[in-house]
Write a protein that binds this ligand. Structure first.
Ligand code: F0G
Length: 470
C-alpha cells in the first residue's frame, strides 16, 4: 500500500545536509541529527540537498513531464504524490520509506470575479486546500513524517492553530507514529479539532495562545523520543517547497509575475521562496516571481517590520534585521494565522526581499469580503487564505501590482475548515475585537451577505422567493 511505513534503509535513504541560515555561522549538520535550530548559534536551519548549477535542470524538467501526475492504480509514490513526484530535489533517495496520503496535485483555478474585485484582468488561485486533510500542511507533513520514520522517532508533536495539527495527526497515523498536539484552547475551529481527534492524536489544550504552545513545543523538542513537526523543522519546508515546482508545471514553465501567500508562522512563504530559488539555480526560470506575504492586521509583526525597513534594506535581500518585535496578544478572526511571534520570519523575509515582493497586512473587513468573493468564484477557502485576495486588491490599489500582471494567489485551506465563520459572515453576526484583544465586540458588516431565508412550506411562497432573488 502506498504510504505504509517500510523499514528505513539507514545507509541510503537520504542525501544532503542541514545548514544554519546565519551566513556568518554556516554550520552544517547531518540529516539524521534531530535538531531544529543550529547547535552552534541557535539560528534556524535549512536543508541543502545539492541543488546547484551543475544539476541538469532541463533533464529534470523532461523527466517530470514524462511522469504522470497521478497514474491510476499506481502504487509508486512518485506517480501518486505531488510531493514525491519531485524526489530529485528532495533530501531523500528512492529507497526512503515514503509516507504519503496522495498530497499535492492541487488545482490552479481561474478566478474571474475575484480578478475584477482586485482590479486585475485575470487572477489564478492555487488551491492547497484540496490536499488530503484540507490544507497546504500536507505536502510538508509527507516529508516530515518520512524523516521521522527514518530517524526512528516514536512521537511527533506540534503546536498548532489547527491545520498543522490535523495534518500531523493524519500523517503520523499513516506512519505508525504517535501524535501529540498542543492547541490554544477555544481558539481552533471545530472542524480542525474534529479532524485531529478522528485521526487519533493526543490533543492537549493549553490556556494561552499559539505562541505559548510553540514555546512549549520547543522545550519538549529536547526530549530524544520526540519529533517536532512544526515548520521550524526544515523537512517540512522541503515538502512544502514542491508547490513552486507544481505551479511552474501547471503554468507550462511560463513564470507568473507575482505569487501571493498568507503569513502566519512563515513556513509557507519560506518554502515557496526556497522552491523558486532552486528553480532559478537550476536555470529552469530566469528570474524570481515577486513573492508577497499578507498578514491579518491584528497579527502582523512581519508586515510592521517590513514597513519600517528603509529603502536600502528592502533592496538588498541579505540585510535582515536581527530581531522581530512580536505582537504580544495577536487578534484576528482568521484563527489559522493568529500568530504574534512567527518562527520562520527571517527565512521568509529574505525570500520576499530577494524576489522584490512585499509584506503587508489587511483588515478583518478586507479578509471577510475577499473570502466571500472567492466563494462567488465557486472556489471558497478558509479565512486565512482570503488574506491573499484582499492583499492583491490592496497591492493593485497601491500600484505594486499592475492590471495586466500575471498573479497567482495561494489558498492554503479549504472552505469547510471554518464553516462557522462563513455562516456568521452571511447572516450578519460576525464580529471582532478591534483593539488589541480588549474592548467591545464590533459587528463586521460584510459587503456580500447571503443569509438563509425562512419560507413557508408551499410552492407559491417558494416561487415568490425565487422571483425576489432575481
Ligand atoms: N493559512 C492557513 C490555512 C494556515 O493554517 C496557516 C498556518 C497559514 C495560512 C500560515 O502559514 O504559518 O506557514 O505562514 N497554520 C499553522 C497551523 C500555524 O498550526 O496550522 P505559515
Amino acid at each position: 500500500m502506498p504510504g505504509s511505513p517500510a523499514p528505513a534503509d539507514k545507509s541510503t535513504a537520504q542525501r544532503g545536509v542541514q545548514r544554519c541560515i546565519n551566513s556568518s555561522c554556516g554550520a552544517t549538520f547531518g540529516l539524521r541529527e534531530r535538531i531544529y535550530v543550529c547547535a552552534r548559534c541557535g539560528e534556524t536551519l535549512e536543508i541543502d540537498c545539492g541543488v546547484n548549477a551543475r544539476v541538469d535542470g532541463r533533464a529534470l524538467r523532461d523527466q517530470w513531464a514524462s511522469r504522470p501526475a497521478r497514474r491510476a492504480g499506481s502504487k509508486a509514490p512518485r506517480e501518486t504524490s505531488g510531493v514525491w513526484r519531485y524526489l530529485e530535489l528532495l533530501p531523500f533517495e528512492a529507497d526512503a520509506p515514503f509516507i504519503t496520503l496522495f498530497e499535492g496535485n492541487t488545482p490552479l483555478f481561474e478566478a474571474p470575479r475575484s480578478a475584477e474585485y482586485c482590479g486585475l484582468r485575470a487572477l489564478r488561485l492555487k488551491h492547497q486546500g484540496y490536499n488530503p486533510t484540507g490544507s497546504f500542511k500536507d505536502t510538508g507533513m509527507a516529508a516530515a513524517m518520512t524523516q521521522a520514520v527514518i530517524s526512528g522517532a516514536r512521537t511527533a508533536v506540534c503546536a498548532s492553530t489547527g491545520n498543522t495539527a490535523a495534518s500531523l495527526a493524519a500523517y503520523a497515523a499513516r506512519a505508525g507514529l504517535r501524535a501529540a498536539i498542543l492547541l490554544p484552547r477555544g481558539q481552533v475551529s471545530s472542524s480542525k479539532l474534529a479532524q485531529s481527534l478522528d485521526y487519533g492524536a493526543l490533543v492537549l489544550e493549553i490556556e494561552g495562545n499559539f505562541d505559548a504552545c510553540m514555546r512549549l513545543v520547543r522545550e519538549i523538542g529536547d526530549e530524544p523520543s520526540v519529533y517536532v513537526a512544526n515548520s521550524i523543522n526544515p523537512f517540512r519546508v522541503e515538502g512544502q517547497k514542491t508547490v513552486a515546482f507544481e505551479i511552474m508545471e501547471q503554468c507550462n514553465w511560463c513564470l507568473p509575475d507575482h505569487i501571493v501567500v498568507p503569513g502566519g508562522n512563515m513556513g509557507n512563504s519560506t518554502a515557496l521562496g526556497k522552491g523558486f530559488q532552486e528553480l532559478l539555480v537550476l536555470g529552469l526560470i530566469d528570474c524570481l516571481p515577486k513573492l508577497s506575504v499578507i498578514q491579518a492586521e491584528g497579527a502582523a509583526p512581519l508586515a510592521r517590520l517590513f514597513a519600517n525597513l528603509d529603502g536600502q534594506g528592502r533592496g538588498r535581500g541579505e540585510h535582515i534585521p536581527e530581531k522581530l518585535d512580536p505582537v504580544e496578544n495577536p487578534q484576528t478572526l482568521a484563527s489559522a494565522i493568529k500568530i504574534g511571534a512567527p518562527i520562520s520570519w527571517k527565512k521568509s523575509l529574505s525570500a520576499v526581499l530577494r524576489s522584490g515582493g512585499q509584506v503587508i497586512s489587511v483588515s478583518e473587513h478586507e479578509i471577510a469580503d475577499a473570502k466571500a468573493m472567492i466563494g462567488r468564484d465557486s472556489i471558497g477557502c478558509e479565512p486565512a487564505s482570503a488574506t491573499t485576495v484582499a492583499g492583491v486588491r490592496k497591492l493593485v490599489a497601491a500600484g505594486q501590482i499592475h492590471r495586466d500582471d500575471d498573479v497567482i494567489a495561494v489558498l492554503t485551506g479549504h472552505a469547510l475548515k471554518d464553516p462557522d465563520y462563513m455562516i456568521r459572515y452571511h447572516d450578519g453576526t460576525l464580529s471582532f475585537v478591534a483593539q488589541k484583544g480588549s474592548g467591545p465586540l464590533r459587528p463586521l458588516g460584510g459587503a456580500f451577505p447571503n443569509a438563509p431565508r425562512r419560507v413557508a412550506a408551499n410552492k407559491a411562497d417558494i416561487l415568490s422567493s425565487l422571483e425576489r432573488r432575481q
